[in-house]
Design a protein around this ligand. Sequence first.
Ligand SMILES: [Zn+2]
Length: 305
Amino acid sequence: MTAALFAALLVTFPAENQKLPATVRTYVIGAAETNRRERLYLNDVEIDVYRTGAFLTMVKVSPGENTLTFSQGTNTLVRRFTVAPPPDPAAPLPPSKPHDPYADLGIPTNAVFAAKPPPGTPPKNVHVMVDAGHGGTDSGALTPCGLKEKDFNLAQALSLEKTLTKAGFKVTMTRTDDSFPALYDRPRRAYREKVDLFISIHHNATGCGSNPREARHTVTYASNDKGLALARAVQKHVAQVMAPVRDIGAQIKSLAVCRNPAIPSCLVEVDFINLPEGEEESGDPVRREKVSKAILMGILDWIAE
Ligand SMILES: [Zn+2]
């Protein structure tokens, strides 16, 4: 996955006429031609262009209309967007509705957890479901060069499929192309096919108010204790190959694909792709293979526990 699909100057975020929630600053990402000698300016302040052409910078914004003017040599690009006013502290909070995390999966809440394969189980007796996050009309996060998270997830998931198959595991993919299996159909299918474990692959991005370069980390999520044991084993190895990217460990988060009460499930957020370094490294097939091997090591550790 390489960039340079853009003309002279590309601004990926914010989009033209985008409405941002209330914030005092936002990140701006895009790409500029690297074979040009001219420097890149944003509102007359020079900004750094990464070797791939990608750029990331933070800008101060104000409620209402904002304008960014980019220029590189004779090329200029103007981007307008609006920022919502700060919320009224006196306004009542919107009502939160109670949520049954399992009901919407269509899996009985009293479903029996699949027993973890006992230590010594040969890989051929272990069925892994690998889920490439997003797909089809759901792009996920965007990189500075305008590449889509769904494609990074698929490439990583296909690499993982290869690694696990080679190690002897039975592997089922939720998608192998740019399709979009409905979110809840993924864990439902894992339940239906009685797989032994479910691993979802994603790449991360920050919200509009934080700096992706400062936020960059690697994390594996689970939504229950069964998933957490798997997430911890996987994260330990993934963090090692991702170093020096910050390791924030395995964490509990309520995620549709991980709330499966029946199957140990986890979701790996490999890297942040809305910064130039994360975009470049996540597109590297060598790194991808290292991450796949790390996930394999994690699964083997988990089985051996
Ligand atoms: Zn995602």
